[in-house]
Each structure stands twice: as C-alpha cells, then as structure tokens.
Design a protein around this ligand. Sequence first.
Ligand code: NAD
Ligand code: TYD
Length: 353
Amino acid sequence: MRNILVTGGLGFIGSNFIRYLLHESGYRGCLINVDFITYAGNPDNLADIEKEFKDRYRFIRCDICDRERMSKIFDEMAIDGICHFAAESHVDRSLVRPDAFIQTNIVGTFTLLELARKFRGRVELFHHVSTDEVYGSLGREGFFTEETPYRPNSPYSASKASSDHLVRAYHMSYGLPVTISNCSNNYGPYQFPEKLIPLVILNALEGKPIPVYGDGRNVRDWLYVGDHCSAIWAIMNKGRRGETYNVGGNNEMENIQVVGLICDILDEYCGMIDGGPRRRLITYVKDRPGHDRRYAIDGSKLMRELGWAPHESFATGIRKTVRWYLDNRKWVDRLISGEYKAWIKENYGTNRS
Ligand code: NAD
Ligand code: TYD
C-alpha cells in the first residue's frame, strides 16, 4: 500500500496511529488523513507531524459522508489502502443525540465502502476499526471472542455494529479485501477529556469532583493506545482478508480502581491537594442508562495467528499517560480554553460540534 487513507486521523486513536506509522512502523508510503474536525478532532494532535513529514503526510478536511468529494480524493490521491477510524465515539453523547452516530458511523462507513468498491482494482485493503461494545455486556465470567453474537446496548455500539456488518457484507458480496478489529477501551496521549481516564486526570489535577457512575464497579479491559496501533498495523499487514480480530489489553479493572489509582499517582507526582488526598474528590453520580457491566476480550486469535501481544500493563501505561497530560499542559490548555477551536474557525470556517 503506497497511499493509505486514514479517516478520523485528528482524533485520539487515529492521530496516535499516524504518529506510529510514520515514526515506528517502518512504513515508507504516504498517508492521507481525512477528518471533518468535529468537536473531537484536534489539529494540535498532529501539528508537528504536518511539519516533519511534508512529503508523506497530507491532511484534507472532509466529511466522510460526502461521496462526491471523497470520490475525488480516492481518485486524485491514488488511494490503495484504507484505515477507517472516523466515528462519533462517545456513548454518553449517543444517548442524548444519536443522529450524528447514525450518520457518520453507518452512512459514513457505507460511503467509504462504496468508494472502495468503485476503486476496487486499486484498493488492496479496507481496514475497519471497531469496538468490543458491539458484543454487549458480560457477567462476572467469560470473555468476548470473535464468535460472540452481537448484542449492542447503546446507540453508539448499535451504530458500530451496523458498520461492522456492512464491512463484512462488502467482503462477502463484492469480494472487497477487508479486515475488522474490535478492541477494548483505549487510553493514552491525546485522548479528548470526555472519556473516563483523561477526564479523571484533569479533574483530579484541578481539584474538581470526579464523577463515578453508579457503584463504580463496572469493568473495562484497558488497552494502551500504542499497543492498539501496533495491533492494527499487524492486522493490516498479516491478517486474513475477511476476518475479524479482537484486540484487548489483558487489563480488566473496575472503574473505581482506575479512578483511585489515578488519584494516587497524581498525589505522588504533584503532592496533595488542599492538604488531602485526591481520592476525596471521588463523587458517585447517577448511573448511565443501559450501562454495560463488564467488557473483557479474549485476544487469543490475534496472538495465535499474528503473534501480537500487548506491551504495556495498566500499571506502566497509566503512569505514562498521567505523565503525558502533566507534560503537555499547552495541549490541555488550548483544548480547555477552546483556543484550538478559534484556530479551526479561522482556517476552515465553523467546526461542527
Ligand atoms: P475520537 O472521537 O477521538 O475521534 C474521532 C475522529 O473522527 C475525530 O477526529 C473527528 O473529527 C473525526 N470525525 C467524526 N465524524 C467525521 C466525519 N463525518 N467525517 C470525517 N471525520 C469525522 O475517536 P477515537 O477514540 O479516536 O476512536 C477512533 C475509532 O476507534 C472509532 O471508530 C471508535 O469507534 C473506535 N474505538 C475507540 C475506542 C476508544 O476507547 N476510544 C475503543 C474501541 C473502538
Ligand atoms: P468511557 O470512557 O465513556 O468509555 P465506554 O463507555 O466506551 O466504556 O467510560 C468508561 C467507564 O467509565 C464506563 O463504565 C463509564 C464510566 N464513567 C464514569 O464512571 N464517569 C465518567 O465521567 C465517565 C465519562 C465514564
């Protein structure tokens, strides 16, 4: 693949993936990042990459649902590989305003599949990035495998499930070379602070209440974003076409454990706050409707077939992550103050929120 289209590359995982591809993977081709810059897209995430890789990295602002413009991009950029991240990604938002989830996650994926079909003589791979949330919720026992039936519980996970089915169907119906990855909760640098881990870090830093939904005992299997990026690249290169691979971090934790640990790390790095430990900030709030109790991934297929395993334990990954938010105050400040949005407005007109 010489010209890979990365959709949603200004978001959390997409920007880490572009960074990984250009700095660490040994990939020598070009990357075309198409992102609509919604509230979750942040040009600051790749400002250095834009300067450093002028010849091999190109950013284009476009809605993936805009078939005409996307068709021109496929044509003019000679796209021969696709890694599709662009999505509305936050469960809480999907509960309040599901429309954008249906549009971007389902219609957007469909639009890209149609274009991959149109240019299928050239397109070598369509990789679709998805979530373990499509499988629904687990009880105390068991793990999600690639054979687990889909039972999505939120508008977000239902829209991702729908897009997964479309990708698979385009392989079965049209022979499109596809791979799908379903991963667990990611954490790491550049994550927008609406998701649990960056939200807790920033609230705990500022001495604000830390909202924990319900009894705080819901379980997530945390995957360091760098590990996720290497898994996607392994699947793109060596994964069997038409197959799904689950990606997990082997790091099951209750939310309350995660929150407590972050408080302790910040106490250690920054000292106490107002004379006391940050755990005092933990505030139990009303539970999320339909809140999935437990997610846990069986990642043995990926390990068996492609020899991939996560590098980072939660103990090491969370320290790196907290350190990153402390060391990148400017990124945080520009995000929180909305300064980056003013820049987007100046350069691109209004951004969609
Ligand atoms: P994110 O919300 O941080 O970023 C999404 C990006 O997509 C943003 O840059 C946004 O501007 C862009 N985008 C949104 N709508 C668009 C549109 N119509 N056209 C073009 N660009 C658009 O999301 P993320 O956390 O980086 O997640 C990336 C992918 O990984 C998503 O598909 C998500 O479902 C999946 N995923 C995420 C997690 C996680 O823990 N974050 C876990 C499993 C799977
Ligand atoms: P989140 O980061 O939103 O990811 P997802 O819903 O996709 O798993 O939430 C992770 C877990 O943390 C989930 O069980 C909900 C919980 N949570 C809180 O307790 N408080 C919060 O403020 C947020 C955002 C999430």
